[in-house]
Design a protein around this ligand. Structure first.
Ligand SMILES: [Zn+2]
Ligand SMILES: [Zn+2]
Length: 302
């Protein structure tokens, strides 16, 4: 039910962010259909998020919950707490719960994100997110499957196990999308003093810059005060000169995932017969489908 209200608001928000990108661009001349646009939109936003939602909720979180229930172990403390303060049935209780999970999860994501940048193995789960060279509203969707499974399990498992109201999960997922679109927008907005509390597109554009200094800065997702609190904020008055990774990264969705486990040069992939055949099976299947899929599902080869 709640989704019926939140989904149109999300679409309006996408329109608003695109409008801000046109009106106040951080980088001038960024094309709307930038490199990797279709990979991010079709593979990451539509296909990957659809399947990962099923995997995370139906195959990880709910089995853990029912296992605990059959063992008579319960962490369901939120309803008891709300009852104690007599706000169980007040709409204020939803706001309170959302705020609690918003802040605690944001601190977790700040620390884990920081660790990903400082650990060479964890970096492999995060580099895909940094591989976009033209960062815009859609760029935030590009995240390795491993990264999403870890982060969303840690995000939603406590909400379910602690017995939060059923509205908390869709509201939290909605806010994730709202902030993801906002901070990745190619928008020249710093929000003044408020930018030291709420994260801004300029701070996150810097985080995505291919710049040694900022590789260890601006880890915040929703609240920038973590960066100011822990001394990792870097929002100078000038702009970065380049974005993305300082090394070659595959353009194909599947190759981007394999790259986290095994390093290879995507351009040399076709020299190995088995890989060539595997790759071509997919291309042939797509080419037999309507023409539009070919454009959308296959990476642009230069
Ligand atoms: Zn990062
Ligand atoms: Zn990002």
């Amino acid at each position: 039910m709640l989704e019926i209200i939140l989904t149109p608001v999300l679409f309006l928000w996408i329109g608003f962010i695109i409008l801000l990108e046109k009106k106040y661009p951080f980088r001038l001349g960024l094309p709307f259909f930038r490199e990797g646009f279709w990979i991010d939109f079709v593979w990451y936003t539509l296909i990957q998020s659809y399947f990962l939602k099923i995997l995370i909720f139906d195959f990880i979180i709910l089995p853990i919950k029912s296992n605990l229930e059959t063992s008579n172990i319960s962490f369901s403390i939120i309803p008891n707490l709300l009852e104690k303060f007599s706000i169980l049935h007040s709409p204020f209780s939803i706001i309170l719960q959302v705020l609690f999970f918003l802040i605690t999860h944001d601190l977790y994501i700040y620390l884990f994100h920081r660790w990903q940048h400082n650990n060479k193995w964890l970096w492999r789960t995060h580099e895909a997110h940094h591989s976009v060279k033209e960062v815009d509203w859609l760029a935030g969707s590009r995240s390795h499957i491993f990264e999403i499974i870890i982060n969303q399990t840690i995000e939603f498992l406590p909400i379910i196990l602690l017995g939060a109201s059923p509205e908390v999960v869709p509201i939290k997922a909605f806010l994730d999308a709202i902030f993801g679109l906002w901070i990745h927008g190619n928008i020249n907005i710093k929000l003044g003093w408020l930018g030291k509390i709420i994260n801004t597109p300029v701070a996150h554009q810097w985080h995505h810059a291919d710049d040694k200094q900022v590789f260890y800065a601006n880890y915040a997702t929703k609240f920038s005060f973590w960066d100011y609190l822990f001394g990792t904020a870097h929002v100078p008055d000038y702009k970065p000169t380049q974005w993305g990774l300082p090394y070659l990264f595959p353009k194909d969705y599947f190759a981007q995932h394999v790259f986290a486990i095994k390093r290879f040069d995507e351009r040399k992939l076709f020299k190995k017969r088995i890989l060539r055949e595997l790759y071509l099976i997919r291309i042939r299947a797509i080419k037999k489908s309507p023409k539009v899929f070919e454009k959308v599902l296959l990476p642009k080869t230069k």
